[in-house]
Ligand binder design. Sequence first.
Ligand code: N01
Length: 558
Amino acid sequence: MYDDKTAGQPVRELDALIVGAGFSAFSLMNKLRKQGLSAKIFEKAPASGGIWHWNQYPGARVDSDTPIYQLFEPELYEDFTFKERYADSKDLKRYFQHVEKKWDLLKDIEYNRNVDAARFDEARNKWLVECSDGTKVRCRWFVLTIGFASRRYVPKMKGLGDFRGEMYHTAQWPQWGVNLKNKRIAVIGTGASGIQTIQEAGPDAKSLTVYQRTPNMCLPMNQRPLDPVEEEKKKADGVYARAHRESYTTFSGFTFDFHQQDTFDATPEERERLYHRLMIEEGGFRFWFGNFRDFLFDEAANDEGYNFWRKTVLARVPDPEKAALLAPEKKPHPWGTKRASLEQNFYEVVSQPHISIVDVNKNGIAEITETGIRTADGVLREFDVIVLATGFDAVTGGLASLDVRGTDGSTIGEHWRNGLRTSMGISLNKFPNLFFTYGPQAPTAFANGPTCTQIQGEFIDKAVQKLRQEGITRFEAKKEVEDEWGEKVKEKWYGSLFPQAKSWYQGANIPGRRVEPLNWVGGVPAYIQALNDSLENNFQAWHTDGLDKLTTRISSSL
Ligand code: N01
């Protein structure tokens, strides 16, 4: 392996190989092509969309609204309009097909191509990449755009393989769908995937039992269909373009930002008014990232928000037992320190009598049997379908599982054996000429996806362009920059309330995994600044071959 003389297929030469066909890949491919690079996207699925290809569970839709959940090029939105404010997975598939067509991407995407392993060829300063079907590629630039949720998580449960009914993980839902009507359904997990599945499948189910460990502090989505005429007018009036520009200037890459006042500097009436406007009138994540600026950083401020949120939920759930499980008096963690989901009628659906909630903290899952789920109290509930909405080994899991080895022979997972380290959430020491997007130590989980990935794509494009102009063939993140960036990531994280939740944001959802901050919570503008500073100052964060002037240490201006 990794030898031109190896028997089998010949090694193909490319300038750039991009792995995974989602937003990041599409946006980057368009840019690299404009530079004149020969580039391909290898995708293990039979279609594009990344997470939107796999996430076909009932009710799957995005929690970012139009117009920011798309690529920002006007040529793409001039003749495409989403059907709803928050697009569902089918409409997102339609969108990916539109972009494929518009940019003539299909000729450069190879589906069912699973990148299996890669080694850096020191003599050529190129990556040699091998796919599980034997395809071999040599490329100068190797970009992993596999997203933060490419490795699903199934908890160890006794008897998991014994169930005779149907069992699906939400992230591996059959593309042809599953008929859930009049079925007895169990849903384990109440993250975004669980909430949407319950909301969608609940009304038509014979019965639905929710196995809840932590209540999801859901927010109203305020979903509505989009009027195509109105949207065209918005495009013509520059509303889309303004929203896209704005998303680069806000903490979370949305079109709104924290309210520039502390919670207790407002009167109780003012607080109530702001909460109401953000949550009820405007909806979406505004209550999360448009709230008082101390909301996610100060315990008492957070309590105020929690109490308001709880009041709204209690008003919608008449059954006191269910209400106590869904919106407990004592909050399990500060509001917003775990991912809030957007709901349309979730609280009304779970209030229906054929839907029940089992609190697995008090009454854990003892075993899965041939016919259902037995809890610690000995009760066996029988089901036709069990839905595992149990999430992902998120942010790091996908990258860490690849057999991509750096110059010291370590995989990415091994590179992180003593703690997560990256240079600005985009590259790694000992992995020259390799970039990744929408992964660890970047705004990832706290940013609108397309905003984050386009910012990173722009950086990669500019970096590659500059390196090529200067004839530089090797580009490697400095170890000390990984150290510094890691410290900055920690400083931001531990200055917030986020560490208090047992969340996937810090790997706490995977038993035995080291708990550490996986995301940059310093905001999108500071992240852009960090990348730009390095780019504009001759790649302060990276070593490059041959040019001594490019090896200044990173500035402290982040
Ligand atoms: O996964 P999750 P997800 N016994 O990890 C529970 C994005 N996304 O697929 O909270 C019982 O959030 C676990 O319990 P707890 C989005 O960023 C977006 O829902 O750890 N329960 C939790 O309730 C999202 O945040 C969209 O106590 C167990 C659930 O399983 C991210 O992907 C849609 C358990 C897992 O929730 C992940 O979302 C879908 C056990 N042993 C996904 N183990 C939209 O934009 C785990 N759980 C709409």
